[in-house]
Design a protein around this ligand. Structure first.
Ligand code: ATP
Ligand code: MG
Length: 626
């Protein structure tokens, strides 16, 4: 009986031999997904059993209601209409009282079962969702940068929100229906067999037809559910992109384009949802037709073979048989929910199975002195052809400042990103205090590096919490203020009404570009790491702020190695070593005074910057530094 309420599991075994390879593997994989999902249920097995018990109670009440009818109808037929009768549970009672009392008892019994079943199953499934959601999010924190480059954020987000909800559907609704309605069918069926097994076998004849129809449709549901998921991710993606970039959209007149793009994705989503509804709405009446055809046969047979059964018994039989189609129909519909849940679970598991960041290193150092050596480094981004870094060699002694300059796209940020191992390099070595960065544990390695990235990331939190983020969160306010001061941010922060407790909005939307950069620098200064990497960290600052920060950095750099990527020459000129990069190679190296007379890349770059600086800055000192 239960065979067709779980169409994924039992039917596969018989068909396996006949199925082509592709179909077989998808079938096997859905079984695997199903069992993997069930494994998550293991910690909740106690609650699950309580809920199961509740559903047994609930289902057992169904045929009891038919029994009541038998007493009622037979009572009506009795000459006096009333009289003493032998009842189950309550013994010999007047029919007039027995029937209603027994009805109340049965309904209370059913209510108890319903509560136990629903409440405890909800605890199980919500717990399961919580586990899955957290596993996904925790996994996300450990995935390599490559994964974020290759998957769009809309899909990642909708996996955590939407897909997990679909799994809730599978976990709660499906299990509930499978167990509750499945048991109901079993009880009703048992009662029917007990009353008249010959008639009942007729019903059994119809079941394979229903089972076949269910199996057929469930496969189509799964396929469509997967498509709908993709369409949902597209919607989230387009919406979030437009929301985040609303300024660009408006200033470049992208409204029509975005509206059209969203309209298409939304329409596609509607079409797919509709198709799914269409399948289910043709499927349901079809199934109903089949079940009621079998009902008609039963009615005929009941009338034809009534024999010496009492009117009460016949009514009870027909009522019980009439109760069967509803749970059967619900069972048949559940396959769609299960398929939807499986499709959701499939993509959840595929993310959970992603390899986390490579973290094989074992070296942990309390504090390093900050000697950075890069040897024969070559790098190509995963899944691309073009090498981005080729044969990079240099040494930054502790306390030195090394500057990377070069045209846009020459690989400067890439080099900076390889040091904290945001990407994995195959060829060459990056040594920190003589130890290959691959040999450090990731966490320890990153503790030694303070990085200000080219794109500043801030959180929708207070200024103080943005500066003292992560490991720094426990530092006292005084340190935060010192760091802000060194980053030339203290002045603007103190002018804000709430000072360090000001909320700065999503990604610091309420701050200017230069203010955001200064917060990012303050965060890096507060970290007080032996290796400081500044990737265009002062690009949005005026010369005066930059100078201030530079002085502060110089005060601090005595015990700190700094790798600075900058267009602004004032930052670079003081560097102990300037590396000029072009198309992934170091084409010139030396100090400012060594490079300038060479009349090469650096000289040209310098001449161009001189012209730019002259245009940009009205402040006379900016050009005087060049
Ligand atoms: P800019 O001065 O504009 O910041 P850059 O020197 O920092 O430029 P990189 O960001 O290192 O340049 O990029 C170097 C090259 O690597 C570019 O050609 C870019 O297309 C490519 N690239 C950068 N990031 C990725 C990535 N995540 N995946 C694939 N290719 C990338
Ligand atoms: Mg860059």
């Amino acid at each position: 009986m239960l065979n067709f309420c779980l169409p994924i599991s039992p039917s596969g075994r018989t068909r396996k031999l006949l199925m082509p390879q592709a179909a077989r593997s998808s079938h096997d994989s859905s079984l695997k997904i199903y069992f993997r999902l069930l494994r998550y249920l293991r910690p909740f097995i106690g609650l699950f059993l309580v809920s199961l018990f509740g559903y047994v109670i609930f289902a057992s009440a169904q045929p009891m209601l038919a029994v009541i009818l038998k007493y009622f109808v037979d009572g009506l037929n009795a000459p006096a209409g009333v009289g003493q009768q032998e009842f189950p549970l309550i013994g010999r009672v007047e029919l007039m009282y027995g029937v209603p009392i027994l009805t109340l008892i049965i309904i209370a019994w059913q209510g108890l079962g319903s509560f136990l079943g629903n409440y405890y199953l909800a605890r199980v499934s919500l717990g399961l969702i919580d586990d899955l959601r957290r596993a996904l999010f925790d996994g996300l924190l450990k995935l390599p940068n490559r994964y974020f480059d290759q998957n769009n954020s809309g899909h990642l987000i909708s996996r955590i929100t939407y897909n997990v909800t679909m799994v809730t559907g599978a976990a709660t609704d499906a299990i509930k229906i499978v167990i509750r309605e499945g048991l109901t069918v079993v009880f009703l069926f048992g009662y029917l067999l007990w009353m008249n097994w010959k008639l009942t076998l007729v019903i059994v004849g119809v079941l394979p037809i229903i089972g076949f129809t269910v199996n057929n449709a469930s496969r189509r549901f799964r396929k469509q559910a997967r498509k709908i998921q993709a369409a949902m991710g597209d919607l989230t993606h387009i919406a979030s992109e437009t929301i985040q970039s609303y300024r660009v959209v408006r200033s470049f007149g992208g409204e029509d384009y975005e509206a059209e793009r969203f309209r298409k994705a939304s329409a596609e989503n509607t079409v797919k949802q509709l198709r799914m509804v269409k399948t289910s709405s043709t499927f349901t009446p079809l199934l109903q037709f089949i079940t009621f055809s079998s009902m008609s046969v039963i009615l005929f047979l009941v009338l034809f073979l009534r024999g010496d059964a009492s009117a009460g018994e016949l009514v009870a039989y027909i009522t019980t048989a009439g109760m069967l189609p509803k749970p059967i129909r619900q069972l048949s519909e559940v396959s769609a929910t299960i398929q939807r849940g499986l499709a959701g679970a499939e993509s959840i598991f595929s993310q959970l199975d992603e390899q986390p960041e490579n973290n094989q290193g074992t070296v942990e150092r309390e504090r390093i002195i900050g000697r950075l050596e890069v040897r024969n480094l070559n790098f190509t981004y995963p899944d691309t052809e073009q090498p981005v870094l080729q044969n990079i060699n240099f040494i930054a002694e502790p306390g030195q400042m090394v500057a990377l300059v070069g045209r846009s796209g020459s690989g400067k940020s890439t080099l900076a990103n390889l040091i904290p191992r945001f990407y994995h390099h195959e060829q060459g070595q990056i040594l920190l205090d003589g130890v290959d960065v691959q040999d450090y544990t990731l966490r320890n390695l990153r503790q030694h590096i303070a990085l200000v990235t080219q794109q500043v990331s801030l959180f929708n939190d207070t200024i103080a919490n943005n500066i003292a983020y992560g490991d720094l969160a426990s530092l006292p306010r005084q340190h935060i203020e010192q760091a802000a001061n060194a980053a030339n941010a203290a002045e603007f922060i103190e002018r804000l009404a709430q000072g360090y407790d000001t909320l700065i909005g999503e990604n610091g939307i309420m701050l200017s570009g230069g203010q955001r950069q200064r917060l990012a620098i303050a965060r890096a200064i507060l970290k007080d790491a032996p290796l400081l990497i500044l990737d265009e960290a002062t690009s949005a600052l005026d010369t005066e702020s930059e100078r201030h920060i530079q002085v502060e950095l110089e005060n601090m750099t005595s015990n700190r190695t700094t790798l600075v990527i900058a267009h602004r020459l004032s930052t670079i000129e003081r560097a102990d070593l300037i590396l000029v990069m072009d198309q992934g190679r170091i084409v010139e190296r030396g100090t400012h005074s060594e490079l300038l007379p060479l009349n090469g890349y650096y000289t040209r770059l310098h001449a161009m910057k001189f012209a730019e600086a002259d245009d940009e800055d009205v402040v006379p000192e900016s050009s005087s530094t060049v």
